[in-house]
Design a protein around this ligand. Structure first.
Ligand SMILES: Nc1ncnc2c1ncn2[C@@H]1O[C@H](COP(=O)(O)OP(=O)(O)OP(=O)(O)O)[C@@H](O)[C@H]1O
Length: 253
């Protein structure tokens, strides 16, 4: 294990010299990346660049062969399992929405709040005032207040994505990992999602993986381009998108 003075980093997320190989194939190759508290970072890169594997490492699904992965300055994530990492406050939204379609929007949020995740428990839930207020606030943030009593299955694709982001927010994670939130969205939904993430970023640290460069530009945050499991370029969207190597391997000429 990598030994370091954990007090030397104030980062919310600190990856240093991380390696992962699958049957000899180096999916992650000396990956180093730092996210400061309160930051939102956009991660771009071609298919197979290692974006999903990086998120798998952060959430404990994949264990690195080598390297340091620290959360909140002190916690070595490589030693913890997925459940413990989620409990620590790292929430992940996968690309495909996985809301409970036969439940209402509000009940989906209640399910996310309930530690036992029991549908039955939620149906009879009366909840505390604090919980009800939390749900109201999340509904407002994800713009689904009007739809609170609708079945989640009747929502548009974009609304389902927002609901799932809301389900993460209900748990109030310190760090949100969001995987391709705008894939399959209309232009209007894409714009609203950028607004939504900017709103969430006022109170949370966010890492968002996305291929849609219009969306990434609208986020207006620091961008990291991964390639072959390592950082190819990092900086503003203008810096990264004018980088010769990024153009060559990802954006095209
Ligand atoms: N469990 C696994 N076993 C073997 N190879 C894997 C495994 N998981 C990922 N890989 C390989 O590691 C590389 C990185 O994959 P990863 O899914 O992290 O890329 P990505 O940047 O998320 O790509 P995409 O944009 O297509 O989602 C790919 O070549 C992939 O085939």
């Amino acid at each position: 294990m990598n030994v370091m003075d954990t007090r030397t980093t104030s980062a919310m997320l600190y990856l240093d010299g991380v390696h992962v190989s699958f049957d000899g194939f180096h999916a992650i190759n000396n990956l180093s990346l730092t996210l400061e508290p309160g930051e939102m970072r956009a991660i771009i890169g071609p298919n197979g660049a290692g974006k999903t594997t990086m998120m798998d490492i952060i959430t404990g699904k994949t264990k690195p062969d080598e390297g340091t992965v620290l959360f909140d300055g002190v916690t070595d994530l490589t030693r913890l399992d997925e459940t413990r990492i989620a409990e620590l406050g790292i929430g992940r939204k996968f690309q495909k929405p996985t809301v409970f379609e036969s439940q209402t929007v509000q009940d989906n949020l209640l399910l996310a709040l309930n530690v036992d995740h029991s549908v039955r428990g939620t149906l009879f839930w009366r909840g505390s005032k604090a919980e009800a207020e939390r749900i109201d606030k999340v509904l407002e943030t994800i713009r689904l207040t009007e739809a609170r009593n609708r079945l989640a299955g009747s929502l548009s694709h974009g609304q389902k994505q927002w609901l799932e982001i809301g389900m993460l927010l209900a748990q109030d994670p310190k760090l949100l990992l969001v995987d391709e939130p705008v894939a399959g969205m209309t232009d209007v939904e894409t714009h609203l999602t950028a607004e939504l993430l900017k709103e969430i970023n006022k109170t949370h640290t966010v890492m968002v993986v996305e291929h849609d460069m219009t969306f990434v530009r609208e986020l207006g945050v620091k961008v990291t381009c991964l390639h072959e499991g390592t950082v190819l370029a990092e900086g503003t969207i203008d810096q990264v998108s004018s980088n010769e190597r990024v153009i060559e391997v990802y954006l095209g000429r």
